[in-house]
Write a protein that binds this ligand. Structure first.
Ligand SMILES: Nc1nc2c(ncn2[C@@H]2O[C@H](COP(=O)(O)OP(=O)(O)OP(=O)(O)O)[C@@H](O)[C@H]2O)c(=O)[nH]1
Length: 457
């Protein structure tokens, strides 16, 4: 039976804990000879981020705590003194959920739940929960549910998850009994198999759409960045597309694609992608194939950084690591990535000037404010310049009976010169990509049309 005091605990009121392993910290400080050491996050930055993540799912955070751990315990991670201290805080605040910003083994999670008589989730659990609430397309939802079930399968406790809530699961204080765990596992496995099958179907359909979209002859520009860096805001600023931009972590889970025009008339497809985060578990990276594939295929990648965040160097190196995991290596990165230093309006005048100066003259860096629009025009010019590498100069003549194509050329290629000939035809000096040239030829010869609707979602 669950005692009265525990029943009252509110599992939307949470305590956030950042365990700091002293051993790990001193080791990290020494660096790794085979790799440049990644910038270290301060404990305060970690705590602030963990609280931000928890707020992203509407939790009420009663307190945040940095907990130094000299010797990690296999059974409970932290020692009994700390466990007692935290239990007292939970009682004091009537909180029923503890977020531990560190990986927990299933045994540690179960033991801590018992000790604290509260639900416990670790960083992966929390990120999965956020993703679960944000996914909006069928594929995104299936991917997250699948990642969630796989994560849960190895656990000895029932999760504090949106899935559990959907199932109406409650009364799980202290964890389910062994038979219950067996039954749960069987159910989980059945759901996993079913989801995998559904997902296969959805992925197949998407790949079909993607293949069609690739026939549309425009370069793809993908936005990437740490969560909350301002990707959606920048996306809106340059496309006027009205995509959801909120102070909400991971507001963008599914790829958003829009066609846009650059100065000089060049058309590109801009793709907004999922926000990255440090310690993103590998199976979660895989879960976002849909948006990440856009990045892999992109002709140009804009890496948006929030320069007003003191932690931005560590965030940037996390993003680069994830891109490297995806197969975009450093050498290639220089050619394909522009770093967009965003939120410069939030900097004090001195820092603003310093950042602007650092950016000037560096081909790979552009300083902007997606909110005020400062620096956005030069950014667009830079995008044009980068993409013009894939263009070939040519001269085309459009016969009088096909003059409708003139506006298509203006809309899709870069037009450098025009001559209206006596016979009614028009000659244009243009720069266009191979694919655009092929599309033009198709249109000229009444060939099969590319299906515009396929990518304009
Ligand atoms: N002051 C200022 N705020 C900005 C700027 N760009 C974005 N923001 C704010 O930063 C917050 C996050 O912006 P989003 O565009 O949603 O960030 P995102 O990178 O798409 O976030 P995820 O969906 O989590 O990946 C919002 O409150 C924006 O208004 C900027 O240039 N200046």
């Amino acid at each position: 039976m669950v005692p009265e005091a525990e029943k009252r605990r509110d599992d939307m009121r949470a305590l956030v804990i950042v365990p700091v392993l002293k051993l790990a910290r001193s080791k990290a400080g020494q660096g790794d000879s085979s790799q440049a050491p990644a910038p270290q996050r301060s404990n305060e930055a970690r705590l602030e981020e963990a609280i931000g993540l928890a707020r992203a799912i509407d939790l009420e955070i009663v307190q945040g705590l940095i907990v130094p751990i000299s010797q990690p315990r296999p059974g409970t991670l932290m020692g009994s003194g700390k466990i007692e201290e935290i239990k007292a805080l939970l009682d004091e605040h009537d909180a029923g959920l503890v977020i531990v910003d560190h990986p927990l083994t299933p045994v540690q999670q179960r033991n801590l739940e018992k000790e604290w008589q509260a639900k416990v989730i670790d960083r992966t659990g929390l990120i999965l929960e956020i993703f679960g609430r944000r996914a909006s397309t069928k594929e995104g939802t299936l991917q997250v549910d699948l990642a969630h079930l796989n994560y849960q399968k190895g656990r000895l406790v029932r999760s504090w998850t949106h899935l559990e809530r959907q199932r109406g699961g409650a009364g799980f204080m202290g964890g389910p009994g062994e038979t219950q765990i067996e039954a749960d596992r069987r159910l989980l496995q059945e759901r996993i198999v079913k989801l995998e099958r559904e997902l296969e179907q959805v992925v197949r359909t998407r790949q079909l759409h993607r293949a069609k979209r690739r026939k549309v002859p425009h370069p793809i520009v993908a936005l990437v960045g740490y969560t909350n860096a301002g990707k959606s805001t920048l996306f809106n600023r340059i496309t006027g597309a009205g995509v959801l931009a909120e102070d909400m972590l991971f507001a963008t889970l599914d790829p958003t694609l829009r066609r846009m025009k650059l100065p000089h008339g060049r058309t590109v497809i801009l793709s907004d992608t999922v926000g990255f985060i440090s310690n993103l578990p590998t199976h979660l990276v895989a879960a976002f194939r849909a948006t990440l594939e856009e990045v892999l295929e992109a002709d140009l990648v804009l890496h948006v950084r929030d320069m007003s965040d003191p932690d931005n160097a560590a965030q940037a190196s996390d993003v680069m690591r994830i891109l490297a995991d995806l197969g975009i290596d450093e050498k290639e990165a220089a050619a394909r990535i522009i770093e967009v230093w965003n939120k410069i309006d939030r900097l004090d005048p001195e820092a603003h000037e310093a950042i602007a100066e650092r950016a000037v003259g560096r081909e790979n860096v552009m300083a902007v404010s997606a909110i005020t629009g400062e620096g956005v025009e030069p950014l667009m010019d830079e995008i044009s310049k980068r993409l013009s590498g894939v263009l070939t100069e040519t001269s085309i003549t459009i016969p009088p009976e096909k003059l409708g194509l003139v506006s298509w050329v203006y809309g899709n290629a870069v037009v450098d010169g025009r001559e209206d000939n006596e016979d009614g035809s028009v000659t244009l000096d243009v720069r266009m990509s191979e694919a655009e040239a092929a599309e033009f030829e198709r249109k000229l010869g009444n060939g099969p049309k590319a299906d515009k609707e396929d990518w304009e979602r």
